[in-house]
Ligand binder design. Structure first.
Ligand code: GLU
Length: 409
């Protein structure tokens, strides 16, 4: 899918064939084995990955996910999307991604810590503040980043907070990082509504996913009085045409509850599949890849899709949505708030000088809204989708860097 997207955009922008060939390959991919002594005395060997798609514009940057579905191809695609995302925002960073094929819900805390530490030790030569800076992604969080930073620092013999972002604030993390992807989505949705002359306040929103991204954007919208009429987690979704009580659902989630166990007679339980085709104004897929595809694109019933997840819409679905005049704000723009505040965290660590939340929000909003406006303008000018316009900006910037640096040797 990531490669097909490059082909589509390359054709539109008449990209040099050599550059296209170059961009379709990742720079390096590391596969590691992670042997762990489990609590019951048995040994399990997990497989992990770290991929650098591009370090042309700066050190690699991108999250690490722990999930039973992780595989090398997925991590390569995710690393590629990070390159576009960072280039689109003009951050001096490349694109990377990592993952471990594991179901972390089946591990004890001790096992999870061992897994994280051993994985970090295995990839230690390909990460570092000037090489590649990991961050949280699906099923990873600030505690996991703290363990990663500790392993790296122990090996170097000094504290190196800049090796990862998304750390706890107490050890060099940034205020506002945890909710940054949600906050970014909000700025983007607000900017889209302004451009399209839609009222944000009276918009009805459906969200797939209730993790860091889905949960935070749901909370922020709810706090702004916007109705979230459906939301889902891995167990399925809840729907209420008058809007859900997000505050209560977040409490339920934080106490370990799944949505299919939530008791409220006014809410209808729906599957993750059905949730995507509910009639609404804005649909936010904020879970995993390939959710909006050829099998359901004709049934999507909204004015705009704002991609909280990475790669939730397939290129085939994109074409159908375009014909149906459904606006799609692409992942590399819509969910870029996370990596943007990761960048702020990284420079705060380097300078050992920490910003206030107001500054984080102001700078984040500035970068995202300006980028959104550039993408929107280009899409009108070139008569292309927002995704193609975003890719054109990102790939142009990268192609220029490749041309300037030349190809070694
Ligand atoms: N995992 C997030 C993403 O997909 C954040 C990456 C980062 O902060 O480096 O954009």
């Amino acid at each position: 899918m990531a490669k097909r997207q490059i082909d589509i955009v390359a054709e539109k922008m008449h990209l040099n064939e050599n550059i296209k060939k170059y961009l379709k390959k990742v720079e390096r991919a590391l596969i590691v084995s992670i042997p762990i002594m489990m609590d019951d005395g048995s040994l399990k060997v997990f497989e992990g990955y770290r991929v650098h798609h591009s370090t042309i514009r700066g050190p690699g940057k991108g999250g690490i996910r722990f999930s039973p579905n992780v595989n090398l191809d997925e991590v390569k695609a995710l690393a590629t999307w990070m390159t576009w995302k960072n280039s689109l925002l003009n951050l001096p960073l490349g694109g990377a991604k990592g993952g471990v094929c594991v179901d972390p819900t089946k591990l004890s805390r001790k096992e999870l810590e061992k897994l994280t530490r051993r994985y970090t030790a295995e990839i230690i030569n390909v990460i570092g503040p000037d090489i590649d800076i990991p961050a949280p992604d699906i099923n990873t969080n600030s505690q996991i980043m703290a363990w990663m930073m500790d392993v790296y620092s122990m090996q170097k013999g000094r504290s190196v907070p800049g090796v990862v972002t998304g750390k706890p604030i107490e050890i060099g993390g940034s205020v506002g990082r945890e909710s940054a992807t949600g906050m970014g989505l909000f700025y983007i949705i607000d900017a889209l509504c302004k451009k399209e002359n839609w009222s944000l306040k009276s918009s009805r929103v459906v969200i797939q996913g209730f993790g860091n991204v889905g949960g935070n954007i749901a909370r922020i919208l709810y706090e702004h009085g916007v109705k979230v009429i459906a939301i889902s987690d891995v167990s399925g979704g809840l729907y209420c045409k008058d809007g859900l009580d997000i505050e209560n659902l977040l409490q339920w989630r934080d106490n370990g509850g799944f949505l299919n166990e939530y008791d409220n007679n006014n809410y209808e339980f729906i599957s993750n599949e059905d949730l995507l085709t509910i009639q609404c104004d804005i649909l936010i897929p904020a879970a995993i890849e390939n959710q909006i595809n050829i099998s359901n694109a004709e049934d999507i019933d909204c004015k705009a899709i704002v991609e909280g997840a990475n790669g939730p819409t397939t290129p085939e679905a994109d074409q159908i949505l375009r014909k149906r005049k459904i606006i799609v704000v692409p992942d590399i723009l819509a969910n870029a708030g996370g990596v943007c505040v990761s960048y702020f965290e990284y420079i705060q660590d380097i300078h050992s000088y920490f910003w206030k939340l107001d500054r984080i929000h102001q700078e984040l909003k500035n970068i995202l809204v300006n980028t959104f406006n550039d993408v929107y303008l280009l899409s009108k000018k070139e008569k292309v989708t927002l995704r193609i316009a975003a890719y054109m900006i990102a790939i142009n910037r990268l192609a220029r860097a490749i041309e300037l640096r030349g190809i070694f040797p």
